[in-house]
Design a protein around this ligand. Sequence first.
Ligand code: SF4
Ligand code: SF4
Ligand code: SF4
Length: 276
Amino acid sequence: MAKEKAILVDTTKCTACRACQVACKQWNQNSAEKTTNRGSYENPPTLSSKTWMRILFNEYYKDGKMSWLFTKHQCMHCEDAACVEACPPNATTHREFKLWDGSVLKSVATDADKCIGCNYCRVACPFDVPGYNEKKKGIYRCTMCFDRVTGGVKGYDIPACVKACAPGTLSFGDRAELILKAEKRVAQLRSDGYENAHIYGQSELGGLGYMYILTAETSTYSLPGDPSIPIGVTAWKALTNPYGAFAAGGLLLALVVNGVINARNRGLEEEHKLEE
Ligand code: SF4
Ligand code: SF4
Ligand code: SF4
């Protein structure tokens, strides 16, 4: 079996410089968005069709002291992807790209020509990722930089965000090797007194394209502890494949999966829409 590429985020090294955020915009030619000061350095407040990644400024309180827990937020390229399951016309699919070194780059992507703008993928995603573009009538998200990495051109053979990260928070490479690297780092952190140090993304949803080294409980990083595909989404896909009856089933999907949406993020999303 071909080796699989992934990205490892060592959050202990992140300085929140947001060079990755800027590099993502630049490489993908996504324009800036107008936002207002919400009393937080975290900006923009949500992902969107024009913002495919952002750095989260999580405030962590322990023994009366606050510290930042910075996290990179973008599509996780889940092996078991709720967005793929929820998409009625199968516009959102898993894609695999063979790289220059024989390894495989996996990416979850949406075919704009097939997207019908139902937004079900947005409702289903446990990470609040897909962004809908009203003008283009399509869904956009991190591509894992397949358009850049597949070329294998020296200097451009890693994702733009990884290339821009000076402190070495982000590593791109073979998944199995990154897991070994993460295990070593977690062992070191634990021996340094970070008893909650752990890896996130190794096995969640069948394995994520992005893995994280965290030093506190997962939820303090604004990540779901046990992400899953809502059961209604799986039932919905079985019911509507082919998707002729999707309008009737859509109500069922919306009712079931609405319950799992993170209320905070939904509030922020609305706020963001108003600001655009
Ligand atoms: S470039 Fe690296 S250090 Fe800077 S915000 Fe991004 S992940 Fe953090
Ligand atoms: S993070 Fe969300 S949009 Fe990305 S693959 Fe997973 S379910 Fe789909
Ligand atoms: S992999 Fe590419 S598209 Fe995804 S966050 Fe990094 S720069 Fe953006």
